[in-house]
Design a binder for this molecule. Structure first.
Ligand code: F6R
Length: 608
C-alpha cells in the first residue's frame, strides 16, 4: 500500500523518481506526488488518479532539483484527491508515508490546540506538523526526526526532506518495507528493490525501528535513541527489466497465458523430472518430524493455503491449522515448537501475514515462507524459503502466483508424505508424473477453452450476482473464482462448499443468479451433482465446469458446460483454475473495467 521513493542525486531527479514510481504503482494508484529542492526552494506537483496524470503535470510544469521524494498512494485516511496526495508540506518539511499512524487523531488534537492548521484529511500530515514544531523549538533535523518517531505509533515507512538541507533525506521503518540503494555519489531509497533496480543493485534493507539518514556520501542508520546501527548491504536480484504486456491487452491476460511455462519452471525447483521424485527438502523445516502445520495468508494466497491443507492432511497425514492472517494474528492460537508454520504471500509484504509469522516465531515454531519475492520481509524473516518462481506479477488480480503456490504446496505435501511414510515410492512417482504433465495440459486447456469462455463471459456480464460451488479442493477454488470475478468485474459473487447450499444460500437461487459449479469427476462428483439437481429444481441456471467424464455423466440442463480433459486429482486445482481465471478476465473486459488496476485495490497490502 503506497509506494515511496527518494533520491539524493548528482543530476536532476524528477524523471528518475517518476520512473521508480511506475515500478511501484502496484502498491497503489489513486494519486501520486513528487517534491524536489532546487536553489533552496522546495516545490511539489501532485495529481489525483494514475501516475499518468502526475506526468502530464510535470510536463507542463517541470520540477528541477537534484534531491527529491515521491509517492504513489493507496488511500487510508482521506479521499484520494490532490489535497490528500503526498508529499505533505508544513513549514519547509516534506513527508511521504506508507502505512497508518494509529495515534494520529490524538496527535492532531494536540497540534490543533497549539494552533496548527491542517490542509488534508490524512494521518500523514501530523508527522510534518510534529517535525515543523520540533524544529521551531530549536531541535536540529536529526533530533526533530527522533522526537517525532518517539511520538508516533502504528505501522509506517516515512520519508522526510527539509527545505533548508538540500543534501539529506531521512527515513524510518516500522512495518512497511524500505530499501536503501547505494549509488556512486548518489543514494536512493524505495519501497522495494525493484523500484531502484535501474539505478543500483546494492541494497540495504531497513528493519523495524531503523532510522536512516541519507546524503550523497552514504547512509547512516540509527535507532530511535540515536544509537548507530550496523546493517549489511546486499546485491539484489531484482531486475531493471520493466515487464511489458507483450501481445496481450492486459497484464492479467499475459499472466494467465504464462502459466504453463512458469509453472514448469517453478516445479523444476521441487521435483526431479527424470527420476519422478520430489527433490529432497534440505531446508530448516523437517516435514517428517513436525507434529502439525499452521498456515496463514490473505486473499488468494489464503485460498491456495486452504487447498494445501487438503493435501498435507490427505497425503502427509499432517494436521493443518489455517486461517486468514488478519484473524490468525489475534486468535492467540495455542501452538507448540514441534509444529511448523507456513506463510503464503506473493508479495511477501502483507502486513497481517507478517504479523502472523512473528506470532508463530515467538511461539518457537520453525517458519516457512512460500513467496514470490525472495527479498521480501516475509522471506527474510523465515527459517526456510519456498520460492514460487512465478516472476513479477503485475495484474492486481493474482493468477500465476496462485497456481505456482499450488504447485509448490503440492510438491511439499508429497515430499512431506514421503518423509512421514504416508506416500510410498509408487504413489510419489505417479503423482510427480501428473505434476510433470501439467504444463502441457495447461497449454492445451488455455487454447481450447478460450472461445467458449469468451462467449459465456458476455452472458455472465449481464448478471449482478453469481454463486460458485465446489467440494473438496474445488471448494477453495469456488471461493477463488468468486474472488476473481468480484475484484475485477465488480459483480457480486460468493463461493460456497456445495454441501452448504441447503443450509442457507439455496434461498437465493432463481433465474437471476447463475451458479457456477466446479466439479471434476472425482470422488465427490455424485454428491456435487445432487446439489446441482437442487439448483436446477429451483430454476437456477448452471454453468458447469467439469471434465470429459463429468460432462458425459451429468444429464442436467446447463447454461453452459465447460469440459476440461480428465486429469488426476493432484493437478485438478491448477487445471480448473484456468477457466475460472479466464471467465473473470473476459467478463471484466466486456464490462470495460480497469482489469489490471481495479478500483480500491492494491497489489501489496502493508496495512492491517
Ligand atoms: C486477489 C489477490 C489478493 C492477494 C492478497 C494477498 O487476486 O491478489 O487477494 O492474494 O492481497 O497478497 P500476498 O499474496 O501478496 O500476500
Amino acid at each position: 500500500m503506497c509506494g515511496i521513493v527518494g533520491i539524493v542525486g548528482r543530476g536532476p531527479v524528477a524523471s528518475r523518481l517518476v520512473d521508480a514510481l511506475r515500478r511501484l504503482e502496484y502498491r497503489g494508484y489513486d494519486s501520486a506526488g513528487i517534491a524536489t529542492i532546487c536553489e533552496g526552494r522546495m516545490d511539489r506537483r501532485r495529481a489525483e488518479g494514475k501516475l499518468f496524470n502526475l506526468e502530464k503535470k510535470l510536463d507542463a510544469e517541470p520540477l528541477p532539483g537534484t534531491i527529491g521524494i515521491a509517492h504513489t498512494r493507496w488511500a487510508t485516511h482521506g479521499v484520494p484527491n490532490e489535497t490528500n496526495a503526498h508529499p505533505h508540506f508544513v513549514a519547509g518539511v516534506a513527508v511521504v508515508h506508507n502505512g497508518i499512524i494509529e495515534n494520529f487523531s490524538e496527535l492532531k488534537d494536540e497540534l490543533l490546540a497549539e494552533g496548527a492548521v491542517f490542509e488534508s484529511q490524512t494521518d500523514t500530515e501530523v508527522v510534518a506538523h510534529l517535525l515543523a514544531k520540533y524544529t521551531r523549538q530549536g531541535m536540529d533535523h536529526r533530533e526533530a526526526m527522533l522526537a517525532m518517531l518517539n511520538r508516533v505509533s502504528g505501522a509506517y515507512a516515512l520519508v522526510v526532506m527539509f527545505e533548508d538541507d538540500p543534501d539529506t533525506i531521512m527515513a524510518a521503518r516500522f512495518g512497511p518495507p524500505l530499501a536503501i540503494g547505494h549509488g556512486r555519489g548518489e543514494m536512493f531509497l524505495g519501497s522495494d528493490a525493484i523500484a531502484l533496480s535501474p539505478f543500483t543493485n546494492e541494497i540495504t534493507y531497513l528493519v523495524d525501528g531503523d532510522c536512516a539518514i541519507m546524503t550523497h556520501k552514504g547512509v547512516e542508520i540509527i535507532d530511535y535513541e540515536g544509537k548507530l546501527l550496523k546493517r549489511q548491504s546486499q546485491i539484489s536480484q531484482a531486475t531493471a527489466f520493466m515487464v511489458d504486456k507483450g501481445n496481450h491487452r492486459h497484464f492479467m491476460e499475459k499472466e494467465i497465458y504464462e502459466q504453463p511455462e512458469i509453472i514448469s519452471h517453478a516445479l523444476g525447483n521441487y521435483i526431479d523430472f527424470a527420476a519422478h521424485t520430489v527433490k529432497k527438502n534440505d531446508t530448516a523445516i523437517d516435514f517428517g518430524k513436525v507434529s502439525g502445520l499452521a498456515i496463514a495468508a490473505c486473499g488468494t494466497a489464503y485460498l491456495s493455503g486452504l487447498i494445501g491443507k487438503y493435501w498435507f492432511e490427505r497425503y502427509a497425514r499432517l494436521p493443518v491449522e489455517i486461517d486468514v492472517a488478519s484473524e490468525f494474528r489475534y486468535r492467540e492460537l495455542p501452538l507448540s515448537p514441534s509444529q511448523a508454520a507456513l506463510f503464503i504471500s506473493q508479495s511477501g509484504e502483507t502486513a497481517d501475514t507478517l504479523a502472523s509469522l512473528r506470532y508463530c516465531k515467538d511461539q518457537g515454531l520453525k517458519i516457512g515462507a512460500v513467496v514470490n519475492v525472495r527479498e521480501s520481509t516475509i522471506a527474510r524473516e523465515a527459517d526456510a524459503i519456498f520460492p514460487i518462481l512465478a516472476g513479477p506479477e503485475i495484474g492486481v488480480a493474482s493468477t500465476k502466483a496462485f497456481t505456482c503456490q499450488l504447485a509448490v504446496l503440492a510438491a511439499l505435501a508429497i515430499g512431506a508424505g514421503r518423509a512421514r511414510g504416508t506416500v510410498n515410492a509408487d504413489d510419489e512417482k505417479a503423482m510427480v508424473k501428473h505434476l510433470a504433465e501439467m504444463p502441457r495440459i495447461m497449454s492445451r486447456v488455455l487454447n481450447d477453452i478460450q472461445p467458449e469462455i469468451e462467449g459465456l463471459s458476455r452472458e455472465l456480464s449481464r448478471f449482478k450476482d453469481v454463486l460458485y460451488l465446489g467440494r473438496g479442493t474445488s471448494f477453495p477454488l469456488a471461493m477463488e473464482g468468486a474472488l476473481k470475478l468480484k475484484e475485477i468485474s465488480y459483480i457480486h459473487a460468493e463461493g460456497y462448499a456445495a454441501g452448504e447450499l441447503k443450509h442457507g444460500p439455496i434461498a437465493l437461487i432463481d433465474e437471476n443468479m447463475p451458479v457456477i459449479v466446479i466439479a471434476p469427476h472425482d470422488r465427490f462428483f455424485e454428491k456435487t451433482v445432487s446439489n446441482m439437481q437442487e439448483v436446477a429444481a429451483r430454476g437456477g441456471r448452471i454453468i458447469f465446469i467439469t471434465d470429459e467424464k463429468g460432462a458425459a455423466a451429468s444429464k442436467l440442463p446447463t447454461m453452459a458446460t465447460i469440459a476440461l480433459p480428465n486429469v488426476d486429482e493432484i493437478i485438478a486445482p491448477m487445471i480448473f483454475s484456468l477457466p475460472i481465471q479466464l471467465l473473470a478476465y473476459h467478463t471484466a473486459v466486456f464490462m470495460g473495467t480497469d482489469v489490471d488496476q481495479p478500483r480500491n485495490l492494491a497489489k501489496s497490502v502493508t496495512v492491517e
